[in-house]
Design a protein around this ligand. Structure first.
Ligand SMILES: C[S@@+](CC[C@H](N)C(=O)[O-])C[C@H]1O[C@@H](n2cnc3c(N)ncnc32)[C@H](O)[C@@H]1O
Length: 234
């Protein structure tokens, strides 16, 4: 009991925080090498990631959605700065349960997150609602199969203490409604343990006639987070 409380405190975050990643990171989380280039991609919970902005240069059309896009760029930067201290403190305390091969140090991670934020904010300013839609799971304002692929990075499963199993099931079904294929990463909690929601969600998806599988990806930062969840229809 005491041990669990101590582990959770390593990342003492104020809710689900805006902390964004770059295109090359997404490419590894989601093994994007096999992504059909002609299909539109939805980045759900995109936050201050630069994936949508950078993907255009890789020939991939990405629309991002996140409730935070209702805020101004200045407010998003402010929220990032509020998050930064808690995130860096967590990374330093919990260093032992990350694989540092890719990033090297918490300071390098902060540099990459700031690069992502700057690229995102510049693009958010120019493209606005055309590329960044304010919207929240589990109800998205898109038609059935509007996208070839929906990606969801560092939201579902990671924030499993904030979002319960019923939310995850509803969110997954919604993602599978708007996209032909769904990819989710990571499948591990903030505290570094495999999400207890995963078996429940996979069973519910199979019952709904969806095909859910765990697929190895060429990335590991949280130790053991080496697979994504891929959902396909029929
Ligand atoms: C840790 S950030 C991840 C950002 C980005 N996906 C990445 O991996 O770099 C989590 C994001 O999820 C967003 N979020 C929180 N609740 C959400 C919901 N119900 N639906 C969609 N996005 C949500 C937050 O606003 C935040 O920007």
């Amino acid at each position: 009991m005491f041990k669990e409380a101590a582990i959770r405190k390593e990342f003492d975050l104020q809710g689900i925080v805006p902390w964004g990643r770059r295109y090359d990171e997404y490419a590894e989380f989601f093994a994007l090498a096999d992504l059909p280039l002609e299909g539109a991609v939805l980045d759900v919970g995109g936050g201050p990631a630069s994936f949508a902005a950078e993907a255009a240069g890789h020939g991939i059309e990405v629309l991002a959605c996140d409730p935070i896009y209702a805020a101004s760029g200045a407010a998003i930067r402010h929220r990032f700065e509020e998050t930064r201290n808690d995130m860096m403190a967590g990374l330093r305390v919990a260093q032992y349960r990350f694989n540092w091969k890719r990033y090297g140090s918490p300071e390098r991670i902060e540099r990459i997150r700031r690069e992502a934020l700057d690229i995102f904010l510049a693009d958010f300013e120019v493209r606005g609602r055309e590329r960044y839609v304010p919207a929240s799971l589990p109800a998205l304002p898109f038609g059935n199969d509007a996208f070839q692929t929906a990606l969801c990075s560092h939201l579902l499963f990671l924030y499993g203490d904030d979002l319960d199993a019923a939310f995850h099931v509803a969110a997954m079904k919604e993602l599978a409604r708007v996209a032909r294929e769904v990819r989710i990463f990571p499948l591990i909690n903030l505290d570094g343990r495999p999400s207890s929601h995963l078996p429940v969600v996979m069973e519910a998806l199979e019952e709904a006639g969806l095909f859910a599988e765990l697929v190895p990806v060429p990335f590991e930062f949280q130790r053991g987070a080496t697979r994504m969840l891929r959902i396909r229809k029929g």
